[in-house]
Design a protein around this ligand. Sequence first.
Ligand SMILES: [Ca+2]
Ligand SMILES: [Ca+2]
Length: 227
Amino acid sequence: MPLTDHHMCWPVPLLLLVVVTSAWIISSLYGSSASPQTGPGEVGDGKNATLSLPAIITTRLLSQINHTTSSVECVCPPPYARVMDQCYYANKFHELQWEEAHRFCQGMGGELAQPRHVNALLVFLLETYGKNVSRWYLGGTDADEEGNWRWIRGEPVSHGEWSQGEPNGNTEENCLEFCFVCQGNENPFPYPALNDEACDTRLNFVCEFVMTDCPLFERSEQRAEPE
Ligand SMILES: [Ca+2]
Ligand SMILES: [Ca+2]
């Protein structure tokens, strides 16, 4: 089953009710009249020096509501499915050359997949499709400089993810794939599984949709350093 996004969140009207009720109770306890001097209902801590305690609490609760509602929007648009902090679509129907697959993904508003967590995508594909679909193009290439493997967005591909004996194709193999049936991957769980492949080979492929305006995903935007 594809991994999906689940968020525990309060309905906004209920949160607003909590905000208003909390502010009213605290106002009743400390008094709500505005005063230029710091009193028992006010906090004199620098930038909040002129705000009463109820106002500070209300501001912080409203901030929490805004964060909660924005997080709710962090759901991968179908047919993409969330794996950790990225959205993927694995196309098991078409076998395309790497450049064709790249354009297909762009036609879906995305790119070929560039996983920050390669093993997470590996596990997702194996658990979802098994080895019935055994070769998947990803968004990595060394076409610009032989041996300098990069994801399309420019980050280096981690050296620790290559399958046994790979990459081995020199200038004949410049496109990146997951290969679950290649040399060294005879075991039930093929790991590591990256392989360099000739770009005109027709393979299934994985697309990625990059989420924007989503704080939950932005925090993970920085890739890990390669080994
Ligand atoms: Ca190469
Ligand atoms: Ca190879």
